[in-house]
Write a protein that binds this ligand. Structure first.
Ligand code: GLC
Length: 539
């Protein structure tokens, strides 16, 4: 086996773990029912205790909150419900004091329609900012310029009475798309990046990065032959001309150049693409996004053989010098245990934290938070409200963090903006910190093992085995102990019979069932449904 020599050359965003804080739901310090920056500061000790390296904050900029902050009205301010710039500066100082990193959400594809740039742009056809957004005449019959659909809802074009043209919005009509073919717009966003980088933030998670450039000719998207009624309406067409255009990489290179004016910063790109699509975002000479988001563990079925293919592909297609990213949940997708079942929660933790690549965790997954059903009439998410009959609301995965078993899980003293899960008195940080066998303690131990063991943090990945139930692989770095990971991804008992020619031996270091730790493995490895083991191999 060829193996990297050591992991000293790896950077913080390769070795460390990223933790997504959905700001509105993490911790409320002032009783208004909405999470805020002082609330996050008060929980930094917890995040440090857990062992994560970086915190990614969902957008905290002033916003009319039509899409809960992804509609930015001022890229250089702080939304008053979340705090002040002083609070932000304190948060950054406190994060750095703990040797942790802070990643901001950058939303360049669109602004709020209340952003001064859009107000100017829509004021007249000859306004200097007219070309900052994408304006088009109606077709002869008054209909929109093409068939593109917004991610939330109907046509992606909104008629603007004042200047008698349509503007493009890939999401809500309150989120007009900026025109990234205009270099002045690019510069305006670079200026925003420098503003936060100068303050000392450690990087950006770039929202909707594949949307930044659209087809120059604005051609119609083709009909999606796979569309069925229960899918999101926007999926009626394949977004071939409206996203993921080749020229997007030039914009991303330019963003990366800005990032590289500063030391040791990172750019994560939000992408819902196949593995080959994802890897194209590393860019020429890996001068694109350092961590293009790989959401295969979210979008694909959890079948062992299927997962093995995803892991292998992600390894095989990884360009030289590039580094993978993995996530099981985020604020836009149902939580992992609501997708795969609570019985697989511990095994899922073993999977995420033993893969080669940077794991991105979603707040609350570590305690076993699940999707919470929101009573009718209380839905807040525009994606859910647009097609209420289809169940696409993202509120269920955005409910308040469960800190303890006191009223409202210790999240707020007021009325929480979304309901708290009813099982919070058992599923919460304080309770699980006291239980040796809790999911939280498993996460903590896994994170610390990953940090201690170079093979797990940055070592090579070698696929070993997959059948209908079981998945096995080795993580290995030269000069360090190697680890075998065996996971039963299914709801059935599973068996892995080691091949005589390549049989390995070792002792279970960490397991979903604590009593297995310290046991030696044999030729036959049998695991119950949802069980997983990490084995320190004899060399
Ligand atoms: C991204 C965000 C999502 C938001 C959308 C529009 O997908 O993650 O929450 O609604 O962009 O900005």
């Amino acid at each position: 086996m060829y193996m990297q020599e050591n992991n000293c050359n790896y950077l913080w965003w390769q070795k460390g773990i990223i933790y997504e804080v959905y700001v509105r739901s993490f911790m409320d310090s002032n009783g208004d029912g909405i999470g805020d920056l002082p609330g996050i500061i008060s929980k930094l000790d917890y995040l440090q205790w857990l062992g994560v390296k970086a915190i990614w904050l969902t957008p905290i900029y002033p916003s009319p909150m039509k899409d809960f902050g992804y509609d930015v009205a001022d890229y250089k301010g702080i939304h008053p419900e979340y705090g002040t710039m002083q609070d932000f500066d304190e948060l950054l100082r406190e994060v750095h004091k703990r040797d942790m990193k802070l990643i901001m959400d950058l939303v360049p594809n669109h602004t709020s329609n209340e952003h001064p740039w859009f107000k100017e742009s829509s004021s007249s056809k000859d306004n200097p900012k007219r070309d900052w957004y994408i304006w088009q005449d109606a077709k002869g019959d008054g209909s929109p310029p093409n068939d593109w659909l917004a991610e939330f809802g109907d046509s992606a074009w909104e008629w603007e009475e004042n200047t008698q043209q349509y503007y493009l919005h890939s999401f809500l009509k309150a989120q007009p798309d900026l025109n990234f073919r205009n270099k002045v717009v690019q510069e305006a966003i670079f200026d925003v990046m420098r503003f936060w980088l100068d303050k000392g933030v450690d990087g950006f998670r770039v929202d909707s990065i594949a949307h930044l450039i659209k087809d120059r000719l604005l051609r119609n998207n083709p009909v999606n032959p796979g569309f069925v009624a229960h899918m999101k309406a926007s999926e009626q067409f394949l977004k071939i001309f409206s996203t993921n255009q080749p020229e997007v990489h030039e914009v991303i290179h330019a963003m990366r150049d800005v990032l590289d004016e500063y030391d040791n910063r990172v750019m994560i790109g939000e992408l819902y693409l196949s593995v080959s699509g994802v890897v194209s975002y590393y860019g020429r000479g890996s001068k694109g996004v350092q961590l293009p988001a790989n959401f295969q563990l979210i979008t694909e079925d959890w079948k062992a053989k299927q997962l093995a293919i995803i892991l292998d592909k992600s390894e095989a297609l990884l360009p030289p010098g590039a580094w993978s990213h993995w996530a099981m949940s985020n604020h836009d997708q149902p939580r992992v245990i609501s997708r795969v079942g609570a019985g697989l929660a511990k095994m899922a933790a073993l999977l995420l934290l033993t893969l080669r690549g940077t794991p991105s965790m979603y707040y609350g997954d570590e305690i076993g938070m699940h999707n919470v059903s929101i009573p009718p009439g209380e839905m807040k998410d525009p994606q859910g409200l647009m097609e209420p009959e289809k169940n696409f609301s993202r509120d269920p995965q955005r409910t308040p963090m469960q800190w303890d078993d006191t009223t409202l899980a210790g999240f707020t003293t007021g009325k929480p903006w979304l309901p708290v899960a009813i099982d919070f008195s058992k599923v919460n940080v304080a309770t699980e910190q006291q239980e040796e066998q809790s999911l939280l303690m498993l996460y903590k131990r896994l994170i610390s093992l990953r940090k201690q063991e170079p093979s797990l943090a940055t070592g090579e990945y070698f696929p070993l085995f997959a059948n209908d139930e079981m998945l096995a692989y080795i993580r290995a770095q030269q000069g360090a102990d190697r680890f075998l990971v065996v996971l039963n991804i299914s709801r059935m008992k599973g068996l892995y019979v080691q091949d005589a020619s390549s049989q390995v031996q070792g002792t279970i270091e960490l397991a979903t069932l604590k009593k297995m730790e310290g046991c030696k493995i044999g030729k036959m490895i049998e695991l119950e449904a949802g069980e997983g083991i990490i084995v320190r191999l004899n060399d």
